[in-house]
Design a protein around this ligand. Structure first.
Ligand code: FPP
Length: 249
């Protein structure tokens, strides 16, 4: 079936409300071609645009993209500097298009360690798209789940000391309210490209009931067809959240 028909077919069924992607394999994509690793990141950025457009078309509410982890700072400095230029490059080129397509840009992670130019680019995009109510494009940038959980715990302990709540009042909703994006629904579908089958410190709390989709395709090679294939696979899954289906299955 042609891509357009497959997209139309996907639209007849429930699409994930929140889709998250660990965009992996940029380095290997470049190495295979005898190119520097940064060429892979540059190529990966192009797929970010395509994934955003397609997610928006499919009526997905939130697309979270793992662009840089708290552990990625250990990479060689030139590579880190290059990746930190990508949000600026991407947003300078595509911000008008995002505005026009009603996409709202957001960021999940700690801004304090980001270079000034990266922060400015993200903040401008957030400001320029704040009234939009189409797809929420959520860049996980300088994000690490353990750090998010520890920060949540620290703030909870401070609030507990202030008498904001008692220990027995803490439930899942209370805990969630201390996370970085408490208002986002949990991801329904997580995609990881490049054949790696691990979470790498990504949204450990939020992925509790998420459907996982792992593919060997490297992120820069991940086309619209692959994206639709992941959604089709999701639509065939039976989500039970620890219970049983109505038909007892
Ligand atoms: C992982 O591949 C990829 C990253 C750490 C960077 C991801 C960034 C992008 C795809 C571009 C982001 C674009 C914007 C607009 C923020 P890897 O380098 O670990 O690949 P490897 O495992 O093959 O070495």
């Amino acid at each position: 079936m042609q891509l357009e028909d497959r997209i139309k077919a996907c639209l007849q069924h429930e699409v994930p409300k929140h889709m998250a992607i660990i965009m992996d394999g940029n380095g290997r994509w470049a190495k295979k071609r005898g190119l520097p690793r940064i060429a892979g990141h540059h190529e990966g950025m192009k797929m970010v645009r395509k994934a955003t457009k397609l997610a928006n078309r499919l009526g997905i509410d939130v697309l979270t993209l793992y662009a840089f982890s708290t552990e990625n700072w250990t990479r060689p400095k030139p590579e880190v500097e290059y990746i930190m230029k990508l949000p600026e490059q991407f947003l300078t080129t595509y911000l008008p298009e995002l505005v026009e397509e009603n996409v709202k840009v957001d960021m999940m992670g700690t801004k304090d360690r980001l270079p000034f130019h990266t922060k400015v680019a993200i903040e401008k995009a957030m400001e320029d798209t704040k009234e939009n109510n189409g797809l929420l494009l959520n860049f996980a940038l300088n994000y690490g789940s353990r750090s998010e959980l520890i920060c949540a715990m620290q703030q909870m302990l401070r609030d507990h000391e202030q008498g904001v709540f008692n220990a027995h009042q803490v439930d899942e909703d209370t805990f969630r309210s201390y996370l970085l994006k408490p208002d986002l629904p949990d991801p329904d579908l997580l995609i990881r490209t490049s054949g790696e089958i691990r979470l790498s410190n990504f949204m450990l709390w939020q992925l509790a009931y998420t459907e996982f989709y792992f593919t060997d395709v490297l992120w820069p090679d991940f086309t619209e067809e692959h994206f639709v294939e992941a959604v089709e696979a999701y639509q065939k899954r039976s989500r039970r959240y620890g219970g049983v289906r109505n038909d007892g299955g």
